[in-house]
Design a protein. Structure first.
Length: 192
């Protein structure tokens, strides 16, 4: 029996509440679309702002099929209006902010802006040795782009390991496509 290959999952994290017209919404939408274009599944914390825009963008890709967008919502209502039109799969966790740990367990994480919740997801991704890309924009992603979060050596074999900075959705997704195989291999080897 042949096992289907799994689509790698990339979490897109960032501000839940942004004013209409905020550039971070556009960045998220284009990032979601490019991720699905390149064969990734988009996962978010399932709320508004950057998360909603990334899932909408994923659904706009010509490569979109049902299941390409996942919303891990903090509450228990799978029909929450903020995500019902964007997520193909809604997982109500009932975990509030604790669901940030689950969001960070994807194959890679792309941060766009963000406040304290995004910062916690970035810290979890870093601690759990995930590939982490941050858009150079207002918020925690811009503050941590191109820097390691702390002084630990997560992967001595990857000398430039850091929060990789990106200035555009295209650059962010190209970094993920290039680096995710290296991080998956390293993470799985260490976990054994």
């Amino acid at each position: 029996m042949n096992r289907m290959s799994r689509r790698p999952i990339v979490s897109v994290i960032g501000d839940a509440r942004l004013a209409e017209g905020d550039n971070r919404l556009t960045l998220a939408r284009h990032t979601g679309c490019h991720l699905v274009d390149y064969g990734f599944t988009v996962m978010t914390g399932g709320m508004g702002g950057v998360m909603h825009s990334a899932m909408l963008g994923g659904r706009e890709s010509e490569n979109w099929t049902s299941g390409c967008t996942i919303g891990l919502i903090p509450g228990t209502d799978p029909d929450h209006p903020q995500i019902s039109n964007a997520a193909d799969l809604v997982i109500p966790t009932g975990l509030d902010h604790a669901r940030n740990l689950i969001v960070a367990q994807s194959d890679a994480v792309i941060a766009i802006g963000g406040g304290a919740g995004t910062l916690s997801e970035m810290a979890f991704a870093w601690t759990h040795k995930r590939l982490l890309v941050a858009m150079r924009c207002e918020g925690w992603s811009g503050r941590l782009a191109d820097e390691p979060i702390d002084g630990r050596s997560r992967y001595p074999e990857i000398p430039d390991d850091s929060v990789y900075g990106a200035s555009s959705p295209e650059e962010a997704v190209k970094l993920v496509k290039k680096l995710v195989p290296l991080y998956q291999r390293r993470h799985r080897n260490i976990a054994k």
